[in-house]
Ligand binder design. Structure first.
Ligand SMILES: [Zn+2]
Length: 378
């Protein structure tokens, strides 16, 4: 069942590859793929809770602020002379349970606001797609009107239509969404949303890669470490959350689960060798000399991450997190074979969990690690 092609459609690059066989292939060995990865940027994604977001580590990397307060932060940075990569995600896609209203009336306003900030990329104020083709088409049509508004600002930066991909669209809805993305033939910023890790299964990672490869230019708007693999696998760029709260667009949790997690006020501590963010409270009983928690990022310089069991160290923990994932991203995307390097980073993390378990330390292994390992060529 096809989706009508929006009036704004332009010829699709992705369709030139011929019929899709339903499988995503990942390789960064061709000269074109290497050139794309070299150009790609992974920015920091931050909101009002990321208090270190105005500081050195984040700004060297480039930053995307989200929401209305994000626009205020971005304007403040520009007024203080910041000239680096900066963007604003209007983030009106969070109303997952509401019928998507039309956005044509404020597409112009939103484009003008972003143009005033001199953004590095424009993001549409898209709403989430519900489980219907009509909802999906509505988001893409509104996105097309936003792209036209951006063109009228005389912008030189790329513009993306934001599409929220809920678990339904990575499973039953995948064929429909993939066709719509290919027919739309305009750049899309994907926001993978789920109650927990949106890319925590082999099917989800394969689906995400298919969507990226079907698009005429993909950006990964807010993500965790999987953004590195998605850029290696075909996206033009992306952003990784500055803290645990911005690395996914969450979906509503069942009350019991939410109540339990809200009682724990300890920090989420990014552990680069484990590619995960365990709570400080889960690290309380660990021996201080565990090698896996020694961090050599520019912020820690050989100190143990176990110091972040102190909740008062939130700002330093956030600066460490960005420095540490940025080092991983740069190593992968700067490699001669980024996909092979991404696989080796995942394998190292998988092995590190095994070593901890052998020492009697059980920490939850994020699903995305084995999901990616099951998809990538060995
Ligand atoms: Zn560190």
């Amino acid at each position: 069942m096809g989706i009508p092609r929006p009036a704004m459609g332009i010829p699709a690059n992705a369709a030139a590859d011929g019929e899709n066989d339903g499988m995503a292939s990942v390789s960064t060995r061709t000269p074109e793929a290497k050139a794309r990865v070299r150009r790609a940027q992974l920015l920091v994604y931050a909101g009002r809770n990321e208090v270190a977001a105005r500081q050195d580590v984040h700004l060297r990397r480039g930053i995307i602020f989200h929401g209305r307060l994000g626009a205020v932060e971005a304007a403040g940075l520009r007024s203080r002379g910041f000239t680096g990569a900066l963007a604003v995600d209007p983030e009106r896609y969070t109303k997952l349970n509401e019928q998507p209203p039309r956005l044509i009336s404020d597409a112009d306003l939103c484009a003008t606001e972003q143009a005033t900030l001199g953004v590095s990329a424009y993001f549409a104020p898209s709403f989430a797609t519900q489980r219907t083709q009509a909802s999906l088409l509505s988001v893409l049509e509104d996105g097309a009107s936003f792209l036209s508004a951006v063109e009228r600002t005389g912008a030189s930066a790329p513009a993306y239509v934001s599409v929220v991909v809920t678990p339904f669209w990575l499973s039953e809805g995948l064929d429909v969404l993939e066709t719509a993305v290919r027919d739309f033939a305009r750049p899309i910023a994907f926001v993978f949303a789920a109650p927990f890790d949106p890319l925590g299964s082999q099917a989800a990672v394969e689906g995400a890669l298919r969507l990226i490869q079907a698009s005429a230019g993909a950006f990964i708007l807010r993500c965790d470490l999987s953004a590195i693999g998605l850029v290696a696998g075909g996206a033009m760029g992306g952003s990784v959350g500055a803290s645990a709260t911005t690395r996914h667009l969450g979906m509503p949790l069942r009350n019991a689960r939410r109540d339990r997690s809200s009682r724990d006020n300890s920090l989420h501590v990014f552990v680069p060798r484990l590619l995960s963010w365990p709570r400080g409270s889960t690290l309380e009983h660990l021996a201080d000399d565990l090698d896996v928690f020694v961090c050599r990022c520019g912020v820690c310089q050989g100190d143990s991450l176990l110091r972040f069991r102190e909740a008062s160290r939130a700002v330093e923990a956030e600066r460490h997190a960005v420095a540490a994932w940025a080092a991983i991203a740069d190593a992968v995307l700067g490699d001669n074979d980024p996909i092979a390097r991404w696989r080796s980073v995942l394998e190292s993390a998988d092995n590190a969990y095994g070593e901890l378990e052998a020492d009697g330390v059980a920490l939850g292994r994020p699903g995305f690690i084995r999901a990616w390992l099951s998809v990538l060529p060995a």
